[in-house]
Design a protein around this ligand. Structure first.
Ligand code: OXD
Ligand code: MN
Length: 603
């Protein structure tokens, strides 16, 4: 493998040598991506105390891993986008000068892998060899990262073959915890003092230091497939999006594909794997992806999307047989669990898994736990990592390098008030406006005035360039399409005056999906309201659910004053972009405000 690397891609051979000289690992392991290698590395992690092998009968071939309590989530304040000109990163990113950042990182990486193995992981986001794919090579001193990458991407020899002498994205990662001779390692090494997740947009490389967790460390995901790819997509005329992709198959066997963006904590993975409710015999939801979509116009002017990932890195708390039976089936075996609780019989548990909490557990920090402990047993951001091959709802076209045709975009936040269950934007431009001003309430607060965090297109932490230019890119994409997808906003989280949810959500969201599919087929079923086109009560298929017209009215109500306030509150976000904001967005906002003044009071 070493020879193959050096002879087929001299630039890769040279980069490996450079990183080895800089980071000074004890040894170098070039990952071939085989199952045998995965098993060997998992056994090494068990021997090191990083992994606990779960009960083979209850959860075959699965492991529990506990991170350092200070390394449990993505770190947005330590994530940097480096561009020569600060304005190219824009007001929503942490900007740093590329040369200064390189100078800052250099001494941190110097000797950072001492006492450790340096893993070289060639990986492909998208099918190896496809024109739509991107190849990266991650160098890391974390075996946890190496095994996780095996589940989340194509890795190893097939990728090297596809790479040949071609270009690859350099992804350098160190947990930043060198070991001196004789030092005892800890189960989850990381650096308590320095953490950096950096996209160098001048040469497209990525560097991450100090954290071993999730999107900070699995560099193919948020770093390459979103921050790096979004900039590449802008240059090349495509879109790298924080979106799930699903196919909705009707009883006649016709599949309509939808891509949907939701900020974190809005149930994106559950929606991507939705099991239609009773009464929807013959309808099927087929999962293409739960987190990332790469979307390009084809020669016919249709947008086609691929999910560049091969696995799921999903949030465990709240996942159960009701909220996501497909994911429950997927994680029945061959899964890496991180920061979940351990049961006495060697299985995992998290809040929401069962209605009744087990009487005794070991919590995510390794401490004894009982329901009286007064703290969660699993970390709220506890995760499972599992290959898509295990998920029963996968679409047969999920790995098709040509992608699937997108008929609709759906944007949704967690909003207790103002926004109805669903509406369709009147046109592409208005749809972009509603996506650009997407927001979600920070907490599931019962009060009406919960603070909204703006998260345009749910890309706030992931757009690798100035978001004003990103909006312009989306606006111009509309001009290039012959089959322009319809754009919808949804809100599963509206509450009544007493703070109770008005909509049951989960499987019942299928009713909204069915209406969306019907709209994309121009089969009518809606009326014009101030926000856009909305379904009437009889436009929704209610079979199997007792949901009365009065509650539906409360769910769909758009109050003119509330909507005006909402539109006015967009100022803060829009004005932050200054002169770079596309005029079309300010014009759309004004048109929506003007239309409100002319509309009847509650419509
Ligand atoms: C994720 C996220 O982990 O969006 O997918 O934070
Ligand atoms: Mn995500």
């Amino acid at each position: 493998m070493q020879d193959l690397t050096v002879t087929t891609n001299p630039a890769l051979g040279q980069w490996i040598d450079e990183v080895q000289a800089l980071c000074e690992p004890d040894q170098v392991h070039l990952c071939d991506g085989s199952d045998a290698e995965y098993e060997r590395l998992c056994s090494t992690l068990v021997a090191a105390g990083t992994f606990i092998r779960l009960n083979e009968e209850k959860r075959p071939n699965s492991f529990l891993c506990r991170s350092d309590p200070g390394d449990v989530a993505r770190l947005e304040h330590r994530t940097f986008v480096c561009t020569a000109d600060r304005d190219d990163a824009g007001p929503t990113n942490n900007w740093a000068d590329p040369a200064e950042m390189r100078a800052e990182l250099q001494p941190l990486f110097k000797g950072s892998m001492r006492g450790r193995t340096m893993y070289v992981i060639p990986f492909s986001m998208g099918e190896p060899g496809s024109d739509l794919s991107m190849i990266g090579v991650q160098i890391t001193d974390s075996a946890y990262v190496a095994v996780s990458m095996k589940l989340m991407a194509h890795i190893g020899l097939p990728v090297l073959r596809a790479l040949g002498a071609g270009e690859f994205v350099r992804c350098l990662h160190s947990v930043g915890a060198p070991l001196a001779a004789g030092d005892r390692d800890v189960p989850w090494p990381c650096n308590a003092e320095h953490k950096y997740i950096v996209s160098f947009q001048d040469d497209g490389s990525i560097a991450s230091f100090g954290s071993g967790y999730g999107g900070n460390a699995l560099l193919g995901k948020k770093c390459l497939a979103l921050r790096t790819a979004s900039l590449k997509g802008r240059k090349e005329g495509w879109l790298a999006e924080h979106m799930l992709i699903m196919g909705v198959e009707d009883p006649a066997g016709k599949t309509t594909y939808v891509a949907a963006a939701f900020p974190s904590a809005c149930g994106k993975t559950n929606f991507a794997m939705l099991l239609p409710p009773e009464g929807f015999a013959g309808w099927k939801v087929k999962t293409v992806g739960d987190d990332i979509a790469w979307i390009r116009p084809d020669a016919e002017g249709t947008l086609r999307a691929i999910n560049p990932e091969t696995g799921f890195f999903g949030v465990a708390p709240g996942t159960n047989d009701k909220t996501n039976p497909n994911m429950m089936a997927a994680i029945a075996r061959d899964t890496i669990f991180t920061n979940c609780a351990l049961t006495p019989d060697g299985d995992v548990w998290w809040e929401g898994l069962t209605e009744v909490r087990p009487p005794a557990l070991v919590d995510w920090r390794g401490l004894d736990w009982t329901p009286q402990a007064g703290r969660p047993a699993a970390h709220p951001n506890a995760r499972f990592t599992v290959s898509r091959a295990r998920c029963p709802s996968m679409d047969p076209l999920a790995a098709d390098p040509a992608g699937v045709p997108i008929s609709a975009f759906v944007f949704g936040g967690r909003l207790s008030h103002t926004f109805p269950l669903v509406f369709e934007a009147r046109d592409w431009r208005e749809g972009i406006y509603w996506a650009a001003t997407l927001g979600s309430e920070a907490t599931a607060a019962a009060e009406n005035q919960a603070a909204t965090r703006r998260d345009p297109f749910s890309m706030l932490p992931f757009c690798g360039y100035n978001m004003a230019d990103y909006f312009a890119h989306w606006l111009s994409m509309g001009d290039r399409l012959a089959n322009t997808p319809a754009i919808f906003r949804v809100n599963w989280f509206r509450r009544d005056d007493g703070g109770a949810f008005l909509w049951p959500g989960f499987r019942q969201n299928m009713r909204v999906l069915k209406w969306i599919v019907q709209r994309t087929e121009n089969r009518g079923g809606g009326q014009v309201a101030s926000v856009g086109l909305v379904p009437r009560y009889h436009d929704i298929d209610w079979r199997g659910l007792d949901y009365n017209g009065q509650t539906f009215e409360a769910l769909m109500k758009v109050d003119r004053d509330e909507l005006r306030q909402e539109l006015q509150s967009h100022d803060v976000l829009l004005e932050s972009f200054g002169h770079r904001l596309p005029a079309a967005l300010s014009v759309t906002r004004q048109a929506l405000l003007d239309a409100l003044d002319q509309a009847p009071p509650q419509n």
